[in-house]
Design a protein around this ligand. Sequence first.
Ligand code: Z5A
Ligand code: MG
Length: 227
Amino acid sequence: MTKRAPFIVIEGLDRSGKTTQIETIRQRIQNSGRDVVCIKFPDRATPIGQMIDSYLRSQSDLDDHVVHLLFSANRWELASTIISYLNQGKIVLCDRYAFSGIAFSVAKSLPTEVESPPSDLPPITLPWARAPDASLPAPDLTLFLDIAPQVARVRGGYGEERYEKEDLQRRVRSVFGEIGREMSGEDRKWVVVDAGLSLSAVSQEIWGYVEPLLDGLDSSVGRLWTE
Ligand code: Z5A
Ligand code: MG
């Protein structure tokens, strides 16, 4: 049986270096003579991605539950493409995935220092947030780039988009911590990388996790949160 390629996800807070590291890994994989494709969520090019883009740039307002489902739908738009790349032997590197979806949506429902107006709708919990992403293609490896928001902020400052605020990033980090505790197991499919180190130290550590997967896997593509 021919092997399929691995599905590798990079997660992390804003400015943790995800896009920079994806590019470095892409080059190293390409130099090793293998096929590699990079994807990124949100994919702002699709019709749903355009709605998300408008929301993130504060050009439209949507209820938190609605925007959560749009982010998930945006992943489902690409789900069969991801599986087909992997089965064709193309390594998929993915910049943010379902874990960002959960972390940001749950973080928005956590209590803040400034009291927010009461809502008629229930807060977003981890199980509620996970549900629409269940059965999506499961990553073979998720690298979580961990960085303190105050260190990330120094890297050129946060931008102007809706979520680019230090207080929210702190809450997002705590939810990512919870997701990490749930995901970490013997199988080493979720690993935490100290993204506060130098660019080369971070990429060296990442390569140590990526390289053993490059020759492909015998198993078929897994499904998120189905067990
Ligand atoms: N979101 C969501 O709510 N729900 C979902 O389901 C999904 C996403 C998928 C848009 O994301 C928002 O969507 C995001 C989460 C939410 N909101 N926030 N915040 P995006 O992907 O469009 O934006 P982003 O990836 O978070 O931001 P970013 O600025 O692209 O961050 P990055 O990719 O991690 O960082 P970078 O561009 O690689 O590096 C930033 C700078 O730091 C740059 O100048 C680098 O040269 C520098 N850098 C990187 N690494 C280092 C090291 N090691 N040392 C020193 N300097 C470094
Ligand atoms: Mg980025």
